[in-house]
Design a protein around this ligand. Structure first.
Ligand code: ZN
Length: 140
């Protein structure tokens, strides 16, 4: 990927803000962090100040197990933008964590033809640059 392509790619990467910084810091350290509401005692994702179920701001960070299953997925076969075009084909999936919340991610480390709904997966961390490490999942 040349500098112009990287600059374009950088525009597709997440930017940590006050609500999500602990999530991205955790990823850099190899820990998948989600939030739990202490009022209704339920975990949730994506990270935010207020519980999406009961609206309480009594939330705290917790370390997720990093394990779950493929809830749904699609195989991307066409993408002309670098570096995505170099990854073809790749899997974009909705993974349901054992703790309950679902997150959009990639399934890596296997042939895209072998991904299945219900398949057990575990988190792996892919360092993109100094600012961003992305949680992805692989079959177990
Ligand atoms: Zn709640």
């Amino acid at each position: 990927m040349d500098e112009a392509e990287y600059k374009l790619f950088r525009n597709h990467l997440p930017i940590a803000d006050g609500e999500t910084a602990p999530y991205w810091e955790g990823a850099k350290q190899g820990t998948l962090r989600i939030k739990r509401c202490t009022a209704c005692d339920r975990p949730f994702f994506y990270p935010r100040t207020y519980c999406p179920r009961c609206g309480s701001d009594a939330t705290r960070w917790m370390d997720a197990s990093g394990r779950g299953h493929v809830y749904s997925y699609t195989v991307i076969a066409h993408n002309d933008v670098a570096p995505f075009k170099e990854w073809l084909p790749y899997v974009v999936a909705l993974v349901e964590l054992d703790e309950g919340p679902r997150l959009v991610t990639n399934i890596v480390g296997c042939d895209t033809r072998h991904v299945k709904v219900g398949q057990r997966v575990e988190v792996v961390f892919e360092k993109i640059d100094e600012a961003v490490t992305l949680p992805k999942f692989r079959p177990v």
